[in-house]
Design a protein around this ligand. Structure first.
Ligand SMILES: *Cc1c(COP(=O)(O)O)cnc(C)c1O
Length: 421
């Protein structure tokens, strides 16, 4: 069936326009006859140069990288990147103990062994701990830029190059951020973005895989498209070994592409405002012994969506948050052993208890794996739990003015004064 005005009007209704507005819009639409849209990204009357294609080209330009491939989620971006990089049986992949579970889950789904590593006071991967956990089986690092904060990419890339490891950046929460003047997602071998509703740029569901490597891009494209069904010259023989293999279908629809395109246009300005608003508050906060701000590995590239502070210990952090509330400032998000949170590894029982989709226990029982399994358990990354249990998280608004910043930072400073006096 063709999509017509009825379908478009459902979208207008989804946006929540009043009945009155909808009637007017419908009247305008009825005054013009247009052919039905082609909602599939490849092929068709626009020769595949529709909204998804435009979003990809604009995202490439925004990131400053040659290839961006649109997919239907951040998780499928990570799966496509893992497939492109050849992550699979026998390989260990290092992932931080603080991230949305998808970054770790895709390693197991790719049938490789997840090695969970510590975070540091930036709440991102601790480079020294990464180096300690490298073994002859290590093949890749998934580095995550949590809550918009760039990870220490110079150190991580140095370690990766020294040990010949693939680096996949999970930029799901940090779209538009940068490190050392390069956009996040373009520093490692592959960058994975989520455009789900909760992310900086969103299309309901969606994602992108960015890379500068033509071969990796082609392999990600093949994986995301069942079996390279729509690759250029789709019926041609393999141009290079490693191009043809069986994949899944993670293609983005033109409707998501249209929303993603508009969001990418707004992205640079939004991130700049977010950064400026947060800086107003950060600059007014007084750090001291027992009260510090989350470390910024590169302040100029900080796209963080939360202002994170640390107390000296979990109980004092709780007391500081209570005092902040008294001063009209809300902060929360402190990690608590009793509240389940998919972002903290000690709740990843799928991995800690080696639960697998099929009974033979692959990848944990994989005969191709010649290493020794990490000792999975809730205590395996004590620093991670320590940082998180002392952390206080406050959402950032891109609209904060100097006046707001005075009030917020004033409240925070007063609360810390009272509790740490
Ligand atoms: C949201 C998120 C993902 C997964 O993205 P989806 O689009 O929801 O699949 C992966 N990694 C991190 C760090 C995320 O925050």
């Amino acid at each position: 069936m063709k999509a017509g005005r009825e379908e478009l009007m459902e979208i207008v209704d989804l946006w929540g326009y009043s009945k009155d507005a909808q009637e007017k819009i419908l009247a305008v639409l009825e005054s013009e006859d247009v052919p039905p849209p082609h909602l599939f990204r490849y092929y068709g009357p626009n020769e595949g140069h529709g909204k998804v294609w435009q979003a990809e080209r604009l995202f490439e330009e925004t990131l400053g990288t040659p290839y961006a491939l649109a997919v239907n989620s951040g998780t499928s971006a990570l799966m496509s990147a893992a497939a492109a990089a050849g992550i699979g049986p026998g390989m260990e992949v290092i992932v931080p103990g603080y991230t949305f579970f998808a970054s770790a889950s895709i390693i197991v789904a790719s049938r490789a062994i997840p090695v969970i590593a510590e975070i540091d006071d930036s709440l991102n991967l601790d480079a020294d701990d990464v180096e300690r956990r490298i073994t002859p089986q290590t093949g890749a690092i998934v580095v995550v830029h949590m809550k918009g904060m760039p990870a220490q990419m110079d150190r991580i890339m140095e370690i990766a190059r020294k040990h010949d490891l693939i680096v996949i950046e999970d930029v799901a929460q940090a779209c538009g951020g940068s490190f050392g003047g390069k956009k996040l997602g373009t520093i490692g071998d592959l960058g994975c973005f989520s455009f789900d509703f909760y992310k900086i740029a969103q299309s309901g569901e969606g994602g992108f895989v960015a890379t500068a490597d033509e071969f990796l891009n082609m392999r990600a494209q093949s994986w995301h498209d069942t079996a390279a069904c729509w690759r250029p010259n789709r019926y041609e023989a393999e141009r290079r070994e490693g191009e043809l293999f069986c994949g899944e279908n993670y293609r983005m629809s033109e409707m998501s592409g249209a929303v993603a395109l508009a969001q990418i246009r707004k992205l640079p300005d939004y991130v700049a405002r977010l950064q400026a608003a947060k800086k107003r508050v950060r600059d007014r906060i007084v750090e001291r012994d027992g009260f510090t701000l989350r470390r910024q590995p590169d302040p100029a590239g900080d796209a963080s969506t939360a202002l994170v502070m640390f107390g000296p210990d979990p109980d004092t952090a709780l007391a500081i948050m209570a005092a902040m509330r008294e001063h009209g400032v809300g902060a929360g998000g402190r990690f608590d052993q009793t509240v389940r949170d998919w972002h903290v590894y000690n709740f990843w029982e799928h991995i800690l208890e080696q639960k697998t989709v099929t009974e033979e226990g692959c990848p944990f029982t994989c005969p191709y794996y010649e290493g020794t399994l990490p000792e999975y358990g809730p205590e395996m990354c004590p620093n991670t739990l320590d940082y998180l249990s002392r952390s206080m998280h406050m959402g950032v608004s891109e609209d904060w003015t100097d006046e707001d910043a005075e009030k917020i930072a004033g409240g925070i400073n007063a609360a810390v004064d009272e509790v740490l006096a």
